[in-house]
Design a protein around this ligand. Structure first.
Ligand code: HEC
Length: 173
């Protein structure tokens, strides 16, 4: 983890150093952003908005609903230690900061359009999202960068979770 953060930082430094002098000069002079940077900024802003309103934070950000959304952005989508236990076993909302940052943009869009997961992940809602919205979420998560540790692994039905879990009723016999 630390290694990959390091690598990412190092890469950012190299990129910054490699930026053409003209670009840096334009920034120094306080000129408007390039059209590409402005477009990227719009994607990131939309991604932030979608993550807030479409529920991703509610499950994938520790304590988000309990704190009425007052969780610093740096901790968003880092995965949950609280389990959801039902007939499907026990699931944990994944650390999307790790999984999405390890994926390319097109891979993410393909995954989001086709993936299935266990309850209560609303994977069908990802299928219904516009590609541009999925792209915006991806770019926002990329902008946040990797953070946190992986959420606990899924447990099959019958296994007892070590930590806290919300128990759903079993289906009628
Ligand atoms: C009601 C809770 C809930 C909501 C809302 C929710 N998720 Fe999930 N999500 C989960 C759980 C639980 C899992 C793990 C499912 C499993 O183990 O099969 C999961 C798994 C995933 C996975 C697959 C695991 C991974 O590491 O990639 C992705 C991708 C994902 N969620 C993205 C999202 C996005 C994007 C949103 C917002 C649009 C969202 N989720 C909203 C609970 C939720």
């Amino acid at each position: 983890m630390f290694n990959s953060i390091h690598t990412a930082c190092a890469a950012a430094v190299v990129l910054a150093l490699a930026a053409p002098a003209t670009v840096l000069a334009a920034q120094d002079a306080g000129h408007a952003q390039s059209p590409g940077a402005a477009k990227q900024g719009k994607y990131i802003e939309r991604g932030r908005y979608l993550v807030r309103i479409t529920g991703c934070n509610d499950c994938h950000t520790p304590g988000y609903a309990m704190k009425a959304g007052k969780v610093p952005e740096k901790d968003w989508l880092t995965g949950e230690q609280l389990g959801w236990r039902g007939p499907w076993g026990t699931t944990y909302a994944a650390n999307l900061r790790l999984s999405m940052n390890a994926m390319g943009e097109e891979d993410w869009i393909k995954t989001a359009k086709t993936m299935q997961a266990r309850p209560p992940m609303p994977w069908f809602a990802l299928h219904d999202m516009e590609k541009e919205d999925l792209r915006a979420i991806y770019r926002f998560v990329k902008h946040l960068g990797p953070a946190g540790k992986p959420a606990p692994a899924w447990l099959p039905p019958g296994s007892v979770p070590a930590g806290p879990a919300i128990q759903f009723p079993m289906p009628p016999k």
